[in-house]
Design a protein. Structure first.
Length: 210
């Protein structure tokens, strides 16, 4: 059987950019010219080899943590990792009580209406701060969805006595997973269930994410 020169049979064949595969692919092509008995298996092996090469050269997808850090330059960001990272969060800042005003208990210290941009998002974090710390007793703040008639927290935000924020509270707030989603037009209310002693002012920070 007369063999057709390689250069004429495969005029488009060029040396692969990944040198580690060059010799192996050339040898496999040579085998194809020399025998036809194992053509199918050899072709299958070449196909797998090429697919693996392509896969290794694809850009990796960044994890949620990597997306949040934002320092890598050789990975791609997926819509999921972006939405779940800090860049997918939307924060609502509520001035519930003026900085110089005494903190007292009661419902409806402040309200806000959910805008279009938060539609379908979930409450994922809730924090609070006062401007004068309580000398004794822990201020406690609840978040209530007036439209749905449900508390959005199963454990309220608390600020330990002598502390100004809830970030270091002994008891962290817990989101109620059954009532964490908000929709456009929902009315959200800030309630103070505990005022402590001598505390003044109140800011509430709510974080939402898809």
């Amino acid at each position: 059987m007369k063999l057709i020169p390689k250069r004429k049979l495969f005029p488009e064949l060029t040396e692969p950019s990944t040198s580690q595969y060059t010799t192996e692919i050339q040898q496999l092509v040579t085998n194809l010219y020399e025998t036809t008995s194992n053509f199918s298996s050899t072709l299958s092996y070449i196909t797998n080899l090429v697919q693996n090469t392509i896969q290794q050269q694809l850009i990796a997808l960044a994890t949620v943590a990597q997306t949040s850090v934002g320092t890598l330059f050789d990975v791609a960001v997926s819509p999921y990792s972006l939405s779940q990272s800090i860049f997918g969060q939307k924060i609502v800042y509520i001035k519930a009580v003026a900085a110089s005003a005494a903190l007292t208990t009661g419902d409806g210290k402040a309200y806000f209406t959910v805008p279009d941009e938060l539609n379908g998002m979930d409450l994922v974090d809730a924090d609070a701060a006062v401007y004068t710390a309580s000398s004794s007793g822990n201020p406690a703040i609840a978040i209530y969805n007036v439209t749905d008639s449900h508390d959005m927290l199963s454990t309220s935000i608390t600020i330990d006595a002598t502390e100004l924020t809830s970030y270091t509270a002994t008891t962290a707030p817990v989101i109620n997973g059954s009532y964490d989603e908000v929709a456009t037009g929902d009315q959200i209310r800030v309630d103070v269930d505990g005022a402590g002693t001598g505390a003044k002012g109140l800011d509430v920070r709510l974080t939402f994410r898809i």
